[in-house]
Write a protein that binds this ligand. Structure first.
Ligand SMILES: *Cc1c(COP(=O)(O)O)cnc(C)c1O
Length: 399
């Protein structure tokens, strides 16, 4: 038997699972199975918690790739100071709900058409290389618009303990710190609107102390680069990387401790931002799927769902994890119910990878029952291969 991760407190009450006051069974009856349901009230509470913890003058940005579902995005946009996008497609979704001046566009390999869209709209481009800066400046010249350019820095350190490291080594992301001052001077000399620095060192970190140390190093690096460039950055985006507890033994990040430390580090007179994806939205989403078959093989019980890794890849352990561990899952009609057997919960795809829970203790469940997979609000449907095997794309519902 293997453990599951902690069920988010919002959904851990024993008995029938409710999402935004409505039972899981009701959501499935209304919208079919499988289905993603997102509760925007949970996101609003998390943003309020973060605001209360962070020092004044620190902007909060949402990195929309974590969940770009337009109705959820529309609910989040008024609660945050900025949206961070990583493609022209995301840019189009973001400008529908936020002024372009509050949108920044990061990511390697931006094509000319994407740079042009951002410049024409007036969004900030976080340039990832000297070559990209040169192309953006040329496009700005052609359009007769001074482009808004920030420089993404590849720092010489990484966010320790993070699931995905984005700094501290040769990387497709950002300009190596040593070359940044020269690039900033070139951008300013060309007449572009220099918007500051973007420094993002890693993702899915649960070690509060490591986050605090990385942020301190990030703030210091930005000050040093500004000094070398001889220009004050209008905004320093210090990244984020706050993780969420997916697995047994994981504990939440201490945002109050992070906010208190930032309050000591931030330089007065400089504007800062943090950008978070999963920490803001992971908890708000539940993926619901129905049991289609209950079978036994080699003495083990398999509950086969009508949904699987093609919708919720991360729960199968195939999105950014090295060792497969179980996400929190529950029998929707009996959360916290007494376990009577050991089961594996699998999806309908013809691959052994399609396993959402491996040998977990579970109450007796039968064909027709609904299973809930938690923490489905971030890197869910849009981070999963939903065309693989040709099952229909499931609906996403804003509760
Ligand atoms: C993906 C990404 C984020 C969001 O990361 P989370 O782990 O979801 O918080 C933020 N900034 C950049 C530059 C990213 O690429």
């Amino acid at each position: 038997m293997k453990p599951i991760g902690p069920i988010p407190p919002e959904f851990a009450a024993p008995g029938a699972l409710t999402i935004a006051g409505r039972s899981a069974e009701d959501w499935v009856a209304a919208h079919g199975s499988p289905v993603f349901v997102y509760d925007p009230a949970i996101v609003a509470t998390r943003i309020a918690t973060l605001r209360a913890a962070m020092p004044a003058g620190l902007d909060i940005h949402f990195a929309i790739k974590a969940n770009p579902f337009p109705p959820l995005l529309a609910a989040i946009a008024p609660l945050v100071d900025g949206l961070d996008v990583a493609s022209a497609g995301e840019l189009a979704k973001a400008v529908a709900v936020k002024p372009a001046s509050a949108i920044s566009f990061a990511g390697p390999g931006k094509r000319d058409a994407e740079l042009e869209a951002a410049i024409a709209l007036g969004a900030t481009i976080n340039v990832e290389s000297e070559g990209e800066a040169t192309r953006a400046l040329a496009i700005g010249d052609r359009l007769g618009i001074a482009p808004r350019l920030a420089v993404r820095v590849n720092p010489s350190f990484e966010l320790k303990g993070s699931g995905m490291k984005m700094g501290g080594r040769p990387a497709p992301f950002g300009v190596d710190a040593a070359r940044v001052p020269a690039l900033v001077r070139q951008i300013i000399a060309s007449g572009a609107d220099w918007c500051g620095f973007h420094i993002f060192a890693g993702s899915q970190a649960l070690d509060t102390q490591a986050i605090i140390e990385t942020q301190a190093a990030t703030v210091a690096l930005a000050a040093e680069l500004a000094e070398q460039a001889g220009a004050q950055p209008p905004l320093v985006n210090i990244g984020g990387g706050f993780g969420v507890p997916y697995f047994a033994g994981d504990t939440p990040v201490d945002v109050a401790a992070i906010g208190a430390a930032l309050g000591r580090w931030l330089h007065p007179g400089t504007r800062y931002a943090i950008e978070l994806g999963r920490w803001l939205v992971a908890e708000c989403g539940v993926y619901l799927a129905r049991i289609v078959d209950r079978k036994e093989s080699g003495g083990e019980i398999f509950l086969v769902l009508d949904g699987g890794l093609h919708h919720q890849l991360a729960a199968s352990g195939n999105f950014g994890t090295v060792v497969r561990r179980n996400y929190p899952v529950a029998l929707a009609r009996d959360v916290g119910g007494a376990a009577t057997e050991t089961v594996s919960i699998v999806g309908p795809l013809c691959t052994p990878l399609d396993r959402l829970a491996d040998r977990i203790a579970f109450p007796r469940a039968d064909v027709g029952d609904v299973v809930a997979v938690f923490l489905a609000g971030a890197y869910g449907l849009t981070a999963s291969p939903h065309d693989f095997l040709g099952h229909p794309k499931p609906p996403e519902i804003l509760a």
